[in-house]
Design a protein around this ligand. Structure first.
Ligand SMILES: *Cc1c(COP(=O)(O)O)cnc(C)c1O
Length: 387
């Protein structure tokens, strides 16, 4: 099957994107920034009590940063390079959180000197670095989450610590002169099971209670991370269903005593806004009677589509060609055999698809440009236009 435009875009929106695309050489990404503005408004409307920190890594284009800055967003930053870019867009440091738990002491200092006072941590060594390099700052501990198998792009294992460790870190933070501020988690990106937030919030609640009762520390903030959905082939609930359910979990656990709530959306802010336009380079069969044709296109794992790794994310693919469909293998243009996009999961594309035809990859506004290699095989990084 190929994607139906109306399942993903308003017809006039796609017509606008396509008219722009028709004037440019492939491959490239077109991002309709009005869709990002809509996604931000929808999130803020659905979570009226939350502060939104956009996870810049999803799409760090200045066009995106400026749009979200003007709308009042805050920013979740992972490196000094992202920090420089966001500050150069005129975002003030009070609107920035250093959310990466893996950081050099000198980078913590760099953030501190530029006015950032909110830091994530998940280890004692990092916390001690924060106490030295960013004295008096607010710190929040990131806990591990379970249930990440229902996330299409899990962020498990590498980040977060156990509940007990988070508790110890908050006590140590106080003792080191920092402000123990809250707890964060990330349920995994493109999380299709809303129950993952329920389990995570129950953990957070127990940490809040134990710190208050046993150590006299009152935490003030819960950072619920990202994980909110984009529109890929594997469908999800609507954002408003996520919002209703998650706010119900919060009320069940915290009642009227709700702490400050932070959300860190990346994917859900920008994914739906992007259409990646590619061209068919070659179509072949490996043997005369092979059942599957191979369709090679001019974009691949190294030029923006790394989230096809293990076929994790399945992008809706659209073509103008109509007619009888046949299952194909889709691969990128580079000389690396890892550059096969979909082989197990079979997309069916029209039999009359020909060399030179365009394939439109929907929902590619997140984690594409920022993941693109700079010159593997000499291919330039993914070009992007913001309209
Ligand atoms: C990547 C990341 C996010 C964004 O997650 P999405 O699932 O893309 O919304 C949020 N918070 C942190 C700490 C992250 O590393």
């Amino acid at each position: 099957m190929t994607a139906k435009i109306e399942d993903y875009y308003a017809p006039e929106t796609f017509a606008k994107i396509k008219a722009f695309a028709d004037q440019h050489e492939t491959p490239f990404l077109v991002v309709d920034t009005s869709i990002i503005a809509g996604a931000y408004d929808e999130l803020v409307g659905a979570f009226p009590r939350a502060k939104v920190y956009y996870a810049v890594k999803a799409n760090p284009a200045v066009e995106v940063i400026n749009l979200l800055k003007d709308k009042g967003a805050n920013f979740d930053i992972a490196s000094i390079y992202e920090l420089d870019r966001v500050l150069s867009c005129g975002v003030s440091p009070e609107r920035i959180s250093y959310g990466n738990t893996i950081k050099k002491a000198k980078d913590i200092r760099y953030f501190y000197e530029r006015g950032v006072r909110l830091f994530a941590t998940d280890s004692e060594a990092d916390l001690r670095n924060i106490a030295k390099a960013a004295p008096g700052s607010k710190v929040y501990a990131r806990v591990l989450t379970e249930g990440t198998h229902t996330a299409d792009w899990p962020l498990s294992r590498k980040f977060g610590c156990s509940n007990d460790m988070a508790l110890d870190l908050m006590i140590l933070a106080r003792d080191l002169g920092l402000e123990p501020y809250g707890i964060s988690f990330h349920v995994g990106s493109q999380q299709r099971d809303i129950g993952a937030w329920d389990a995570a919030l129950a953990k957070v609640k127990s940490i809040f209670d134990r710190l208050k009762d046993e150590d006299g520390i009152t935490l003030k903030m819960i950072n619920m991370g990202g994980g909110f959905p984009g529109n890929y082939i594997m469908r999800t609930n609507e954002l408003r269903t996520y919002a209703t359910e998650i706010q119900r979990f919060l009320e069940e656990d915290f009642g009227d005593d709700l702490p400050e709530i932070i959300l860190e959306p990346g994917r859900s802010m920008v994914a739906n806004a992007g259409v990646l336009v590619s061209e068919v380079v070659l179509i072949s069969r490996k043997a005369k009677h092979s059942l599957h044709r191979w369709v090679y296109i001019d974009v691949g794992k190294f030029s923006g589509l790394i989230e096809t790794m293990d076929e994790a994310l399945k992008y809706p693919i659209y073509t103008d060609k109509k007619g009888e469909l046949e299952e194909v293998v889709i691969a990128g243009p580079t000389c690396d055999s890892a550059d096969i996009l979909y082989e197990d999961y079979k997309y069916a594309l029209p039999l009359n698809l020909a060399i030179g035809d365009r394939l439109y990859w929907f929902t590619t506004g997140a984690y594409t440009t920022s993941y693109s290699a700079v010159e593997f095989n000499g291919f330039p990084p993914l070009m992007a236009y913001y309209i």
